[in-house]
Design a binder for this molecule. Structure first.
Ligand code: IMJ
Length: 259
């Protein structure tokens, strides 16, 4: 299936690989298989030890530290990409964070700082990355993809401030798509059903939640990280040419079901 999709020579910067289960990693593998050349960021020494071997296994040309909450870090990363490649074709943004205490209990108890952190890292960081990617995509256009979740649209227990941040992220996608469209830069989000990644680790009863989710979907199966990778590669290829500002649901149809 991937055989027919070529992203040969396309330069892709992938933000947000944490380990081999990351959705960003599944996307990286699909882009690599389609012929793209890759760059990765990592956050801190602990994650560098995870990310570096993965990145090297797909012959990554850039592996660099970057905390997306830092303008200076983002400036340095995009400067490095520009020095090495002289441009960029694909930006993958697969980054989210909320304080642990804001992912339990009642949303109404969210602190000002907890709200700020979730919004900054999970939504604004896309804007900050897009601003820096835009000039590197000036020649042939480009494709920017971020990851969302259904908790942006409907109340999901404990998702709380992350749901609000993902709603903001999806709105950012629309405004960015409008701004960057004239440069043939497309901006989309993929709203993935639940997958057991590091971002889902520590969620109480996630296993039971996955089982219940599977039952609820029309297709009677949960999605895999690979499904997200395949869609991301599609969006970056010819099939995505006129898709921008969209939120593409990969959820086995879960979103159409009532209670
Ligand atoms: C996260 C929290 C509550 C319910 C959840 C999730 N469900 C799913 C997730 C049902 C699927 C995972 N998800 C879609 C996320 O976006 C997770 C983001 C996240 C996770 C953590 C865990 C550790 C931490 N901060 C986090 N910030 C964001 O300290």
């Amino acid at each position: 299936m991937l055989g027919s999709l070529s992203l040969s020579g396309k330069r892709a910067l992938i933000l947000g690989v944490a380990n081999e289960r990351s959705l960003a990693w599944a996307i990286a593998k699909h882009l690599h298989e389609a012929g793209a050349i890759l760059a990765f960021n990592y956050l801190g020494d602990a994650l560098e030890r995870r990310v570096r071997p993965l990145a090297e296994s797909v012959q990554a040309e850039i592996i660099a530290p970057c905390n997306v909450a830092s303008d200076a870090d983002l400036d340095a990363l995009f400067r490095l990409v520009n020095e090495k490649w002289g441009g960029l074709d694909i930006l993958i943004h697969s980054v989210a964070f909320a304080q642990k205490e804001d992912l339990e209990g009642r949303f109404v108890d969210t602190s000002r700082e907890g709200f700020r952190v979730a919004m900054d890292i999970s939504a604004y960081s896309l804007v900050a990355a897009a601003k820096r990617a835009e000039p590197l995509m000036s020649e042939g256009g480009g494709s920017m993809i971020t990851l969302s979740y259904y908790g942006s649209q409907k109340v999901v227990p404990n998702y709380n401030v992350m749901g609000v941040a993902k709603a903001a992220l999806e709105a950012c996608v629309r405004y960015l798509a409008a701004d960057l469209g004239s440069k043939k830069i497309r901006v989309n989000s993929i709203s993935a059903g639940p997958v057991k990644t590091l971002a889902a680790a520590g969620i109480r009863d996630f296993r039971n939640m996955l089982a219940a989710a599977e039952e609820k979907t029309p297709l009677k199966e949960n999605i895999s990280a690979d499904d997200v990778g395949a869609m991301a590669a599609f969006l970056c290829g010819p099939g995505g040419k006129h898709i921008t500002g969209s939120n593409i649901l990969i959820d086995s149809g879960a979103h159409i079901m009532g209670g």
